[in-house]
Ligand binder design. Sequence first.
Ligand SMILES: C[S@@+](CC[C@H](N)C(=O)[O-])C[C@H]1O[C@@H](n2cnc3c(N)ncnc32)[C@H](O)[C@@H]1O
Length: 293
Amino acid sequence: MSTEKENKNISNTTDAEIDKKLGIETVSFKCDTEFVNNLRALAASADMELEPFIRRLCSEHIRKNQLSEKPASSTELNWGDIKRLEPVHRDFGFGAGQPIDRFYIDQFFEQHCDDIHGCVLEIADNNYTKRFGVNRVLQSEIFHVTESEKATLVGNLVSGQNVPTEAFDCIILTQTLPFIYDVDSAIANCYRALKTNGVLLCTVNGISQISRYDMERWGDFWRFTNLSLAQLLKAHFKSSTKNPEAVSITTFGNVLTATSLLFGIPSQELQMKELNHHDQDYQVLIGARAVKF
Ligand SMILES: C[S@@+](CC[C@H](N)C(=O)[O-])C[C@H]1O[C@@H](n2cnc3c(N)ncnc32)[C@H](O)[C@@H]1O
């Protein structure tokens, strides 16, 4: 196995790369005839010309040196409890407290709670409608893809089945697009279901484990970035000179909260300043507000 890999590494290294590494154009050295003859004999026994044989020796030497040069951090790193192949909790941290992405969803709704008013549609349950819409909500509808006790509408966001037209002031679409293959159709039907000036509040994960529960029912298909979510939404929610910001995106997370979520470590284990630290390259949660103008 390792020999195969080594050979592959060697043959993948071009002559030009080896020359560059060795500074061959600038380096010349003398060696005696006996040494050269020995090299020639070795090359012949390997059934190779002298020059490619020397190149192979050199590249192998470089590769071994690179392997032995470990970065200082890898020897100093204290892995503590997280050098493990199993997560701390496999359920996102629900059993032990509040999952990290749910902490960020709360923050997202705190920013946009005024949009949750009038007739509101939410997927699977109406937890966020009740918590953040409070007395602004006049009618709460719960949409589900299969029959459920809570559902007031059973239908499909992709086909549009049972999705009413221009009916809602707000649609709360939390953690749903990752579980729908044809996200473009789902967004088109959300757009159709909103009244003019209605708002879609949508959250998705950028980084997360697979949701086994969803995978086994309707499928777990996607993780997103701020860019992919913005483009998907902007295809339907159009800005204009009068209304320049039909779609606005907020990202949440950092490397610590991303790894905590993957390990199933709940938000209670982290300090506020750790949860609130923002690193755009670790998008644990992406929140979008899209207005139908
Ligand atoms: C993780 S739940 C998200 C909803 C929940 N309120 C939340 O905040 O986590 C994923 C939901 O996707 C919904 N879903 C999957 N495929 C769908 C489809 N084609 N149309 C409508 N909903 C769908 C299922 O109803 C499921 O409840």
